[in-house]
Write a protein that binds this ligand. Structure first.
Ligand code: SF4
Length: 238
C-alpha cells in the first residue's frame, strides 16, 4: 500500500511552493495559513508574506497592526496574531524543542514543521490523513505525509471518494463506499463572524470612532487583541 501510494505521489503530487523549502519559518507560515484556508487562496498570500517578512525576525519586528492588515481576506484573524507572537518568541529565544509551546501551534502543526522542515520521522496527521488511515485500516510511515495529504485532498474525498482512480483501491476495505457530510459549515453570511470581519476590515483601513461602530463586534475584537481603544477611537493594535 505504501509503495503504491508513493508511486502515485511521484506523478500526481501537487507542486506547492512551500514544498520547495526546508525553512521552518516558511513552513510554519504555510501551515498556519492552511489551517482554515484553502490551498489555492493560500498560495499567493504565502508568497507575498514571505517576500515582505522573509524571516521570523522580520515578522517579529512588524507591528501587530501591519500583520493583521496583511492577513485580511484569509479569515480567522487570530491566527495572524498568534503567528506574530510565535515569531517574536522565536526571535527572542530561538526555536523551542517542543514546538507546541509556540502560540497557535498544536500537535499537527508542530509535526508538520518537524517533518517538512527538519525531516524528522513523524507523520503529521491532519483530517485528510486521518480519513485515509481510518478507511484503509493501515498505518503509514512518516515519509508518506505529503502523499497522504494529496490523496485525501484530490482522491479520497470526504463524501464521495474517487476509488476508481485510487492507488490504494486494491487493498482498501472501504472501496466504493459513500459518506454523509460530517457537519454543515455554519453560514458566514449574516453571522457574527461576518460582522467582526467587516468591522476589522473597516478599522484596518483607518481608525474609526466607537460611536459609529458595531459595539458587540468591537468588544469581541478587543477581547481577541485584534483592535484596541485610543480614547473614543477604535484602531488596530499599535
Ligand atoms: S479506495 Fe476509496 S476509500 Fe479507499 S483509500 Fe482509496 S479513495 Fe479512499
Amino acid at each position: 500500500m505504501q509503495d503504491a501510494l508513493l508511486d502515485w505521489y511521484a506523478t500526481n503530487g501537487r507542486d506547492l511552493p512551500w514544498r520547495h523549502t526546508r525553512d521552518p519559518y516558511a513552513i510554519l507560515v504555510s501551515e498556519v495559513m492552511l489551517q482554515q484556508t484553502q490551498v489555492e487562496r493560500v498560495i499567493p498570500r504565502w508568497l507575498a508574506w514571505l517576500e515582505r517578512w522573509p524571516t521570523a525576525a522580520a515578522l517579529a519586528a512588524a507591528s501587530p497592526g501591519d500583520v493583521i492588515r496583511a492577513w485580511q481576506g484569509l479569515g480567522y484573524n487570530r491566527r495572524a496574531l498568534n503567528l506574530h507572537r510565535a515569531a517574536r518568541a522565536i526571535a527572542d529565544h530561538g526555536w523551542p524543542d517542543d514546538l507546541t509551546e509556540l502560540p497557535g501551534v498544536g500537535a499537527y502543526t508542530a509535526a508538520a514543521v518537524q517533518s517538512f522542515a527538519h525531516g524528522e520521522a513523524v507523520l503529521p496527521v491532519d483530517t485528510n490523513v486521518r480519513r485515509i488511515q481510518e478507511r484503509t485500516g493501515r498505518a503509514f510511515g512518516p515519509e508518506c505525509g505529503q502523499a497522504l495529504m494529496d490523496l485525501g485532498a484530490t482522491v479520497c474525498l470526504a463524501r464521495v471518494p474517487r476509488c476508481g482512480v485510487c492507488p490504494l483501491a486494491g487493498g482498501c476495505p472501504s472501496r466504493g463506499r459513500r459518506y454523509e457530510p460530517l457537519r454543515k459549515q455554519s453560514r458566514f453570511e449574516g453571522s457574527f463572524r461576518q460582522r467582526r470581519a467587516a468591522l476589522l476590515r473597516l478599522v484596518a483601513e483607518e481608525p474609526a470612532p466607537l460611536a459609529a461602530l458595531d459595539r458587540e463586534a468591537v468588544d469581541a475584537l478587543v477581547r481577541d487583541g485584534l483592535v484596541e481603544f485610543d480614547g473614543d477611537v477604535v484602531r488596530l493594535p499599535a
